[in-house]
Ligand binder design. Structure first.
Ligand code: DPP
Ligand code: ZN
Length: 865
């Protein structure tokens, strides 16, 4: 398998001025005719080499003359021919088989619907083409179908005409905006259509069209409202308007990603479109709003200005994630969105960066591009943009964005171009900052109180930056790291420190020191997670409690509470749960519980303060982990915490007032707090009997999916018999709704029980399970591998084997999905010897299997290297 390198980039020798595509649709024999106006850009070039995969080539002609077989060459991946003139009209006819396309890349046919996914390199499965993002072309697409159920024939841009020719329905689409092939889309099938219109700030009318599964029209309203909010927000925040007369969103059940920003015709995984109070949770409502916005924002950051090559993916994804994060914070709450984002970094991105797939946000080497749609490129990429926003301020960032569009609208550019625009617009030097784009790994900043001076009247803190080698890069340099910091005195008052830069300590060397004119100082470090780093400071428990009580930042309170829990969990784990540790843990949690009861905590952060950190968050800094023993430490702390608060929690559950479901910040908060109290009560010795009565009643009376699912989660964590009872009810109520049943599969897959593997077998045989549908596979196998700690990490290695067996089958069907689910196995080096050996054995089995996909080959070979 060929490795591609960022530094090998070369401009294309040819451009494609216009692209005319005609599709004669048929499930197993679709004929694609492609007419390309090719222009030679490099006069010395002679050979045109087009990308193509899984295509049956029917004919090739140049300037109207049909070529004989000796006039072109083709292999599994390409078609080559000599081009002598500067301009030619090239016509290529291919036949494809959408029905047998289970990879869901290119054009595929499922549930009587044709659908495409072309990013990153799917277009080459449709027709021979220069399938690279820096070749921009104006597309005109004709879709022809003889099938009566293909009521809608959709593609990018504007509908030119729609007519009937005998028994053939024909639609012609034209997209005036030049675009790369990865933004091409085609959808054909029957839908219910939800429409609305939007008037832009400059007064243009845009038709909004949502194409939904028949009978689900009402479930599209939230997505439609979200779209209008996103359109308004982008106009107000960045001055960006939509640029076509129609904006279409299609929801489909079979989709590899969450959604895709194809120009004018977004395709969405239906789970990120459909919602009503009875079927969707608060989290679903949130995700729909943010993903609808994300894809919409791509119209500027992605489509109008796109990537020069795929190594630059973070150019559009990091930036667009940052934009959707800003939007979500404005629509709901800064605090809860920020905490969710930080969890993604700490629980997933740090793990990726510590493992064999470690890569910079702008990777240098890629074998299979699909493997680089990662939390690093997306979420760490967004954190890097956020740091720019912090350093340049909101106004400076906006100036940079304006210049970026002024310079690059209509172009395919690089991450460097983006940073250059930010630097020029603000007249600053960002060369050191730019290292964030090329250096992988998570910086560790160790903070130390180095003593007091000035007769004990001042305290100095030393910040040491450490960048450990990663498998992809041996030598690292210090990065430019802004650490938002505050210092609290004994009474909880903030001490002003003049040497800070806008509230940040800039750690841009190996060591930086800061002196505070006070004794007894508690530092509040990395407030709002101002950089994607790990900060290590040996807090005393009382310092953490001091922050939780007195910091004016709710984020800092939450972070300190996490620190407190993690200290308890790690102590239990490292000290082997001895009785002294247990007594000490109990004492710490009792103090913490008193703070929580003291009413000094704002409601927007309360639910977060009641949650014990996950395995991935709690294990920070530890190596060679025994996952089962660590899990036991988490459980022990969780139990001790519940026992401290049980009776009080039960009381608090009674505060909750049930009102008609509304997706509002206030209600979402109230539901989350209720669920957190109910969980603590149900776990506690004193509260559990009463809590289980409440839980059953609550489930029975719940009139919305959020409350129902919260009850199921509490039962899953506290009482497996009640869980089974409620899950049966849930199944009989929703067995026919595919989207809802994903929640049921996922809850089953994450349950803590000894017979989990035989349960998984039964679930795979369930009538709603379908191994060709990525949502089902992710809900069942993905949830198990990622989140079922005790089930996945079994001592005998059978949990790993179960996942590996499944991946070997799945790889033949959909390598992209298989390649995601292998992630937990890749981290084997971080575990204790016996677990490590079992995991490695399964990786070797996969690596040595026949006809392994490029996707799994790249990951297993790196892991085993
Ligand atoms: N659909 C993916 C996203 O929007 C890839 N572009 O992030
Ligand atoms: Zn995106």
């Amino acid at each position: 398998h060929l490795i591609k390198r960022r530094l090998d980039y070369q401009q294309p020798d040819f451009s494609i001025r216009s692209t005319f595509l005609t599709f004669d649709l048929s499930p197993s024999k679709t004929v694609v005719t492609s007419c390309l106006h090719i222009k030679k850009e490099n006069i010395n070039a002679t050979q045109l080499k087009l990308d193509g995969e899984n295509l049956l080539l029917l004919s090739v002609s140049v300037n109207g003359r049909s070529l004989g077989e000796y006039e072109y060459q083709f292999d599994e991946y390409s078609l080559s021919l000599n081009i002598d003139e500067e301009n030619v009209e090239l016509e290529i006819t291919t036949q494809i088989d959408p029905q047998s396309n289970t990879s869901l890349e290119g054009l595929y046919y499922t549930q009587s619907t044709y659908c495409t996914q072309c990013e990153a390199e799917g277009f080459r499965k449709i027709s021979y083409y220069l399938d690279r993002p820096d070749v921009l072309s104006v597309f005109t697409v004709t879709i022809r179908s003889k099938c009566e159920t293909d009521k809608f024939l959709l593609s990018n841009g504007n509908l030119v005409k729609r007519y009937q020719d005998g028994d053939t329905a024909i639609a012609v689409w034209h997209d005036p905006h030049p675009k790369p092939s990865y933004l091409f889309a085609l959808v054909a099938g029957d839908f219910d259509l939800l429409t609305d219109s939007y008037s832009t700030l400059s007064g243009r009318q845009i038709n909004l069209e949502l194409y939904l599964e028949k009978g689900r029209l009402k479930q599209g309203q939230h997505a439609l409202d979200s779209l209008k909010k996103a359109m308004r927000w982008d106009e107000e925040t960045y001055g960006l308007e939509y640029d076509l007369a129609v904006y279409m969103v299609v929801a489909v059940d079979f989709f590899n990603m969450g959604a895709m920003e194809n120009k004018g015709l977004n395709v969405f995984n239906s789970k990120f479109v459909l919602a009503d109070p009875q079927t969707a949770t608060d989290e679903d409502y949130f995700n729909i709003e943010s993903i609808i916005a994300h894809e919409y924002f791509h119209n500027w950051t992605g489509n109008r200005v796109t990537c020069r090559d795929w190594f630059q993916l973070s150019l559009k994804e990091g930036l667009t994630v940052f934009r959707d994060q800003q939007f979500s914070a404005d629509m709901s709450s800064y605090l809860s969105t920020r905490i969710a984002q930080v969890k993604v970094i700490r629980e997933h991105q740090f793990v990726e960066d510590a493992g064999p797939m470690s890569h910079p946000i702008r990777p240098d080497e890629v074998m299979e591009m699909n493997n680089f749609y990662t939390v690093t490129v997306y979420d760490k990429g967004a954190e890097v943009i956020r740091m720019l926003h912090t350093l340049l301020t909101k106004e400076g960032f906006r100036k940079g964005m304006d210049l970026y569009f002024a310079r690059h609208d209509g172009q395919a550019v690089t991450c460097d171009d983006f940073v250059d625009a930010m630097a020029s617009a603000n007249n600053v030097d960002l060369r050191h900052f730019q290292l964030w784009y090329s250096q992988s790994g998570t910086p560790l900043i160790k903070v130390r109180k180095v003593g007091s001076e000035n007769k004990g009247k001042s305290t100095t803190f030393e910040f040491t930056q450490i960048n450990a080698a990663t498998p992809d890069q041996a030598n690292k340099k210090p990065l430019f790291v802004p650490i938002s910091t505050k210092f609290l005195d004994e009474s909880g008052q903030e001490i002003k420190v003049s040497s800070l830069n806008n509230g940040n300590i800039i750690v841009d060397r190996d060591k930086v020191s800061v002196t505070v004119e006070s004794e007894n100082v508690t530092p509040v470090l990395l407030d709002n997670f101002s950089a994607p780093i790990i900060v290590e400071y040996d807090y005393a428990i009382d310092e953490l409690l001091h922050i939780i009580q007195y910091a004016d930042s709710s984020y800092a309170k939450w972070d300190a509470s996490q620190g407190l829990f993690i200290k308890c969990i790690q102590t239990c784990y490292l000290e082997d749960f001895d009785s002294l540790t247990q007594r000490e843990t109990k004492a710490v949690l009792a103090k913490y519980a008193n703070v929580l009861k003291s009413n000094s905590i704002e409601s927007d952060v309360l639910a977060q303060l009641l949650s014990v950190p996950s395995f991935e968050a709690a294990r920070v800094g530890l190596e060679s982990i025994d996952p089962i023993r660590f899990d036991a430490a988490i459980q022990a702390v969780q139990q001790a915490f519940a026992d401290e608060l049980g009776e009080y929690a039960l009381l608090r559950c009674q505060d909750f007032i049930q009102s008609e479901y509304e997706y509002s910040t206030e209600q979402v908060n109230a539901r989350a707090i209720y669920a957190a109290w109910l969980k603590l009560a149900s776990l506690s010795e004193q509260g559990k009997n009463a809590a289980l009565v409440t839980l059953r009643k609550r489930y029975a009376n719940a009139d919305n999916m959020s409350d129902k699912l919260n009850c199921l989660k509490v039962a899953q964590a506290t009482n497996i018999a009640v869980f089974d009872e409620l899950m049966l009810k849930f199944e009989s109520e929703y067995t026919h709704d595919a989207v809802i049943m994903d929640k049921w599969f996922s809850l089953h897959a994450t349950a803590r029980r000894s017979d989990i593997l035989s349960r998984l077998d039964l679930l795979k045989a369930h009538s709603q399970f379908n191994q060709r549908n990525p949502n089902k596979v992710r809900a069942l196998l993905g949830s198990f591998a990622f989140y079922n700690l005790s089930g996945f990490h079994q001592k005998d290695g059978l949990g790993y084997k179960y996942v590996a067996d499944y991946l070997l089958q799945l790889d033949k069907i959909n390598p992209q999905v298989a390649s995601r689910i292998i992630t937990p196995l890749l981290q084997f080096k971080q575990y204790d010897a016996s677990y490590k050996a079992h995991m490695k054995h399964q990786l070797e089995r996969i690596f040595n299997s026949k006809e392994l996909s490029k996707d799994l080959f790249e990951k297993t070979s790196k892991a085993l290297a």
